[in-house]
Each structure stands twice: as structure tokens, then as C-alpha cells.
Design a protein around this ligand. Structure first.
Ligand code: GLN
Length: 281
């Protein structure tokens, strides 16, 4: 149970939080959150380390610490997550954006580098992270974003509005109801196998955004099968996937007739994304 000596300074609160089992970064971010400070303002905490913790923040902190110690992602507790330099609002309706997914954004920016005004669709957009990162970096792009979940689309829509970034949002099951063709299709779909033990650590996030059949590849196979009919000649399909799926995804891409199947590594050096090109005319 979380308890503090009275009166507590911010420095002493940080120490207490760590002795209660929080890691240092989480402790700093929760403290900034309850004090109403931006989460990037960790230097502010140092400058104010002898300030007392106000009583209102104290009560809020106790509740937040309990949630964190029960395994809830910090992003849900603080209601926000930084992704590709954007501050996104997140809640349990959407997966928490991961830094590894920035690999996919960077790759999409590369394949679209010489195509002014190109069109791209983000499948399973969730919070809108990938789509918004693309639109923010390349305002000339026509960015569509699709999700099966109406609830997720509401989160993506509010992020787009708050950041003043124009997204063309659609509800649908992958590309089934989409008629347009794109210069790039990107997706961070669910890719965890049904009985994967790794799911135990992810119970706070929507299963619909995580789990995809017995080997985790059901949705990836569906997207690959649909994508050929939705890419312009020379367009790229880029997919995030699990740590051990790169080979299978490259193989599925080749099998479907894509060219140049290849993979990219994430920040931990794991092959995290695979993609390929639709044949040019
Ligand atoms: N990268 C997430 C994880 O393994 C899963 C995301 C997903 O299934 N798309 O924690």
C-alpha cells in the first residue's frame, strides 16, 4: 500500500515510489502527471525537488500508483503517449503505441520520399499513431486510416482534431470495403498467437488489437491477400509483425506475387517489419 511521510518533498516522494516497486522513470512520469506538468518536463522535477507535494496531488498519486503496480500501462494512467514526436491521447480503447512501430513510419517515409501528394492507408490505426506521424511529417500526403473498432476510430479522430492533422478515417475489416488504390499500405495489425504467454502481460490492452489466430498471422495473411488489388504499380505494403515472424511474412509476400520482400529491424535489433512492392507496370 502506498504511503507517504508528512510533509513530503517531491524528492522524497520519488524515493518512496521506488521503494514501493516503481521504476524511476515511471515514478517521475506519474509525479509529473499528478502535478499537471508535461511528461517531458523531467528537468522541472529536479529544479523543484524540495517543493512539498500538494494534498490534491497526493491523493491522485496514491490512486495512480496502485493502478501502475497492478500492471496497467503508464500511458493509460496518464492518458497520453509520445509517438514520433507527437503527443497522443490514449486509453484502453486502443493499443498503446510502441517505439518499435516508429521503424514502420520511417520505412513508409522512405518509400514515399519522392512521391509528392502520394496516398497511404494505415490499417488498424488504433490511436492513429502511424497515420498521424506520416501526416505530420509529410503534410502533402493523402493519409487514410482504417479500424474495425468504432471506439478506436473515436480516439484516432480526437487525436487528429487536437493535432490539426487531416486524416480520412474509415471503419472496416482491413481492405474488404475499400475501393481505392494507394501508393503505400501500412499496418501494425494484431500478430500475437492465441495462446502466447506474452499475452499475460498485455491484459489491459484490447485483445482485438493483439491476437490473431493460432500462429498470430491470420490478419497479416488477410492483408497480404487483399493488398495487391489496392496498390498502385510500384506501391509498397509494409507490415509490423512479431519477433519471429519475419521469414513467414516475407514468404507470404513473395507467394502473393510481391517483389523485393525485405525486413527492417526495430530499436532492439529484431526484424520487426516486413514489406514488399507491388509489381510496376
Ligand atoms: N508490439 C506489441 C507487443 O508485442 C503487439 C502489437 C501488435 O500485436 N500489433 O507488445
Amino acid at each position: 500500500m502506498f504511503s507517504l511521510k508528512t510533509p513530503a518533498t517531491l524528492a522524497s516522494v520519488l524515493v518512496t515510489l521506488q521503494t514501493q516497486g516503481l521504476d524511476r522513470l515511471d515514478a517521475q512520469l506519474l509525479l509529473l502527471h499528478v502535478l499537471g506538468q508535461p511528461l517531458h518536463a523531467r528537468a522541472w522535477l529536479l529544479a523543484h525537488d524540495s517543493d512539498p507535494l500538494p494534498p490534491a496531488a497526493r491523493a491522485k498519486l496514491a490512486a495512480c500508483v496502485q493502478r501502475r503496480l497492478r500492471g496497467e500501462p503508464l500511458a493509460y494512467i496518464c492518458g497520453q503517449k509520445e509517438f514520433f514526436g507527437l503527443n497522443l491521447t490514449v486509453d484502453p480503447r486502443v493499443l498503446v503505441p510502441r517505439p518499435d512501430t516508429e521503424t514502420l513510419v520511417e520505412w513508409a517515409l522512405e518509400v514515399l520520399a519522392n512521391r509528392v501528394g502520394a496516398s497511404v492507408i494505415d490499417l488498424g490505426t488504433g490511436s492513429g499513431a502511424i497515420a498521424l506521424a506520416l501526416k505530420h511529417t509529410r503534410p502533402d500526403l493523402q493519409v487514410s486510416a482504417l479500424d474495425f473498432s468504432h471506439e478506436a476510430l473515436a480516439v484516432a479522430r480526437s487525436n487528429a482534431q487536437r493535432l490539426s492533422l487531416a486524416l480520412d478515417l474509415h471503419q472496416g475489416c482491413w481492405l474488404a470495403g475499400v475501393t481505392a488504390r494507394f501508393d503505400a499500405i501500412v499496418a501494425n495489425p494484431p500478430y500475437i498467437a492465441e495462446h502466447d504467454q506474452h499475452l499475460e502481460a498485455l491484459t489491459h490492452e484490447p485483445a482485438q488489437a493483439l491476437v490473431s489466430g493460432p500462429d498470430g498471422l491470420d490478419d497479416i495473411r488477410t492483408i497480404i491477400a487483399q493488398a495487391q488489388n489496392h496498390l498502385h504499380p510500384g506501391g509498397w505494403l509494409l507490415l509490423e509483425h512479431g519477433f519471429d515472424q519475419a521469414c513467414a511474412v516475407r514468404e507470404a509476400l513473395r507467394h502473393a506475387g510481391f517483389l523485393n520482400a525485405q525486413s527492417r529491424r526495430d530499436l532492439s535489433g529484431i526484424e520487426r517489419c516486413s514489406g514488399a512492392m507491388h509489381a510496376p507496370v
